[in-house]
Design a protein around this ligand. Structure first.
Ligand SMILES: *Cc1c(COP(=O)(O)O)cnc(C)c1O
Length: 385
């Protein structure tokens, strides 16, 4: 009982135990807003009101904390809600450094919401630690990064960013949505906060929107928990139940995502209509050494640059069938998208060019269908160009 459980076992069991009243093996959906008190101010356990705490959510929070190697987890109604909660740690005059190709919605939260409160954001190419050092100011209180980034899958050295943050008394938050704790565990590499859009791989079935924050430090956790309760962007118990069901298979899903992505990269790399691919598991990746150090495998996301421009990309995308043309990622079903037209359309074109988001760039979220069917689908669509 006391031996620490290994990762695959914790996916299934962490945070959960048979229901004490019935023995139900699955944590029930505690669809309740309030809890009866036997005497005023006396609670059964820690529960008084479901914004503050709900047993289904507690199980999910403990499960995610365990998977990230943290001590505390907090679940939110979306990935951007977990970001917003983190930003509530800051005050007017503070500065945040973001990686330059941070998720579009993350940048929007800064630009359109938090800048009004005097919190500034600086975007820096974090593959260049010197540039981050240079951008640090006494006002910088938080470094926020994604790795791999979206959509160019740059790899940022988490350990190095942790050192820079600590030297300057700032916190490091890592959005671990793309890698998941199966492939990368930022807390062990020096991050203070791990953030997730559990809408993606954690949920994995394209049927829920959710977010999470995981920490090791109790003081930081209590501040974030206070924000979670005060600002209140909590998920409902049903979504927590679905996410608990999802994390049970996270480990095996990620393995298959990686297997299928590796095969797809090998196929794309030899195809005459593909200029090149970017994949963290490929030796040709510019930060392959860092990826190898901090990630177990390359993940399920692939960026491919097709030869030609918008016309070629459009023809290709109109002809895939198994790969569904849609935003989002990380589900069992394969998705494909065109960042310049879809997810990153709001990024000005000269900025897109600077980030390397060209008209021929296509982003694959490789699902867990049969790998040969996926390849046949892509081959058919490439031949249509
Ligand atoms: C989707 C996504 C988010 C935002 O999450 P939502 O659940 O959509 O609010 C944040 N970061 C990354 C890397 C994402 O892919």
């Amino acid at each position: 009982m006391d031996t620490p459980m290994r990762f695959a076992t914790r996916c299934i069991h962490a945070g959960q135990s048979p229901d004490p009243t019935t023995g139900a093996i699955c944590t029930p959906v505690y669809q309740t807003s309030t809890y009866v008190q036997p005497s005023p101010g006396v609670f059964k356990g820690e529960y008084d009101y479901s914004r503050s705490a709900n047993p289904t959510r507690t199980a999910l929070e403990a499960n995610l904390a365990s998977l990230e190697g943290g001590a505390h987890g907090l679940a939110f109604g979306s990935g951007v809600a977990s970001l917003a909660a983190t930003l509530h740690l800051l005050r007017s005059g503070d500065n945040v450094i973001l990686c330059d190709d941070v998720y579009g919605g993350t940048y929007r939260v800064f630009k359109t919401i938090f800048e009004q409160f005097g919190i500034t954001a600086t975007r820096v190419d974090m593959t260049n630690p010197g540039a981050v050092e240079e951008a640090m100011t006494p006002a910088t209180k938080l470094l926020w990064l994604e790795t791999p980034t979206n959509p160019t899958l740059k790899i940022i050295d988490i350990e190095r960013m942790g050192e820079i943050a600590r030297t300057h008394g700032a916190l490091l938050a890592v959005d671990n949505t793309f890698a998941t704790p199966v492939l990368q565990q930022p807390l062990a590499l020096g991050a203070d906060i791990v953030s997730h859009s559990s809408t993606k791989y954690i949920g994995g079935h394209a049927d829920t929107v959710g977010g999470a924050l995981i920490t090791k430090d109790e003081g930081l956790h209590l501040r974030l928990k206070h924000i979670q309760n005060s600002v209140g962007a909590v998920p409902g118990p049903w979504d927590c139940f679905l996410l608990l069901r999802s994390t049970k298979t996270l480990n095996v899903r990620m393995d298959r995502h990686c297997d299928n992505a590796e095969k797809m990269v090998a196929f794309l790399d030899q195809h005459p209509k593909v200029e090149r691919t970017v994949y963290p598991g490929s030796e040709s990746h510019p930060q392959y050494d860092i990826a190898k150090r901090q990630m177990k495998r390359g993940g399920g996301m692939i960026t491919a640059f097709l030869k030609g421009g918008i016309t070629e990309a459009r023809t290709f995308l109109e002809n895939v069938k198994i790969f569904a043309l849609a935003e989002s990622l990380g589900g069992v079903e394969s998705l494909i998208e065109h960042p310049a037209i879809m997810t990153h359309a709001s990024v000005p074109s000269e900025e897109r060019a600077k980030l390397g988001i060209t008209d021929g760039l296509v982003r694959f979220s490789v699902g867990i269908e049969d790998s040969q069917d996926q390849i046949d689908d892509v081959e058919r669509a490439l031949n249509a160009i």
